[in-house]
Ligand binder design. Structure first.
Ligand code: HEM
Length: 374
């Protein structure tokens, strides 16, 4: 293995144009939104697919109704996943370019394949919507779409792990320079993948329950959607907590020790607390599955969003703690702030987020097509 300090590419000679803390803040904000939308997409897709199988196998109208309600929202959610993914990728490249560009090139074929995998998975979501509108089964496309998205997630988790291990880069390149290999799995890779996907089936499921309140949802489908989103969250939240502890245990000794005290420990306990709150909300959702009150879905979604935000910060701490001894101390990056550019950027970011919020509210209030034709 090569000494990581000697293999890291030289720092870009241009200083970065805004303080590190500002880039970090923007990275966390946009990545948290990416993760939130991602968990809604993956969780919603799996639940809706299972409900579609059950519905068509048993003739249950409520299961088919609930599956269609969720499936028809997934194309919109995907636009948020992708658009909230781009900014943190740019911020991560600014801050960690020395590591992230290299790891991306080392798995280049897979990294580029992500674009095509997402395109196919996205197209299948439209196919599902068309079939759902026609009342026909679509679950087989749901299975394929989820499989492709899981592969995308695997490539992302691999890259975000490979960037933390410069010591394996030269061996990897020597054994295959064409970028078609995925590296041997690092012990930290599967735990972080597990947190993301178990989060989808628990926190994402709680978010899914919000759709039970759309005016277009029939009563029996609303009850079904609330009940089974709650059950999914109740089953998977303890597993999510276990995956978090696995992610901590899998870290190198120095990182684990640093996370056991100070801010790391506070954030980790807060993460556990937010999961416990989400669990309470899931129990409340199950107990009130016949109710029309949006309180439990909102409480669950707030707890879930908090958990996702805390996880986003924690995994960034892990990255800094891992890379600093290997020669990449992000806080030592030379900075020459250009405040005019920063000001224009912040203005357009806030305007963009307000616009997105407005778009979400328009979609939420939109009258379903079938009602327009009545
Ligand atoms: C739609 C399919 C997608 C899936 C299933 C997916 C999945 C994931 C997963 C599982 C991670 C977590 C990695 C980890 O913590 O180990 C991640 C991180 C990330 N994803 Fe996505 N992603 C998708 C699309 C995108 C797109 C289109 C972009 C941007 C162009 C993007 C940008 C990012 C970034 C920037 C990170 C984290 C970077 C960092 O650590 O700073 N993702 N994604």
């Amino acid at each position: 293995m090569t000494d990581p300090i000697h293999i890291l590419p030289a720092l870009d000679p241009l200083p970065i144009p805004a303080p590190v803390a500002l880039f970090k803040f923007l990275h966390h904000l946009t990545l948290g939104l990416h993760f939130g939308a991602l968990q809604l997409l993956l969780g919603g897709l799996v639940l809706a697919t299972i409900w579609n199988i059950v519905g068509h196998a048993s003739g249950s109208r409520s299961a088919i109704g609930a599956s269609g309600t969720v499936a028809k929202k997934l194309t919109i959610v995907t636009t948020y996943v992708v658009n909230f993914g781009v900014p943190p990728l740019l911020f991560a490249q600014i801050l960690y370019g020395q590591a992230l560009y290299t790891s991306s090139v080392l798995i280049g074929a897979w990294w580029i394949a992500v674009v095509f995998l997402i395109l196919i998975a996205y197209a299948l979501l439209y196919r599902m919507t068309t079939l759902a509108d026609a009342g026909r089964p679509w679950w087989h496309w749901g299975v394929v779409s989820f499989t492709l998205l899981a592969l995308v997630g695997r490539v992302f988790s691999t890259n975000m792990t490979l960037m933390l291990t410069p010591e394996v880069w030269s061996t990897m390149y020597a054994s295959n320079p064409s970028g078609t290999d995925l590296p041997p799995t690092d012990p930290t890779m599967w735990p972080r993948f597990a947190v993301m996907f178990l989060g989808a089936f628990s926190l994402g499921a709680l978010g899914t329950s919000l759709w039970s309140h759309l005016s277009s949802v029939a009563d029996d489908a609303r009850v079904f959607l609330r009940r089974w989103s709650a059950i999914s969250a109740i089953v998977f939240l303890p597993l999510l907590g276990a995956a978090g502890s696995w992610a901590l245990d899998s870290q190198p000794e120095s990182v684990r020790a640093a996370l056991m005290g100070g801010t790391g420990a506070t954030l980790a306990y807060a993460w556990v607390g937010s999961i416990a709150l989400a669990f309470v909300a899931a129990l409340a959702l199950l107990a009130t599955s016949r109710s029309r009150s949006a309180l439990a879905p909102i409480l669950g979604s707030v707890a879930g969003t908090t958990a996702i935000g805390l996880w986003t910060v924690l995994r960034d701490m892990v990255r800094d703690l891992t890379l600093a001894p290997k020669g990449l101390d992000v806080w030592a990056t030379p900075v020459a702030t250009n405040w005019v550019v920063v000001g224009i950027f912040l203005f357009s970011l806030v305007a963009g987020l307000v616009l997105l919020g407005w778009l979400v509210s328009v979609v939420a209030r939109a009258t379903p097509l079938e009602k327009n034709h009545v």
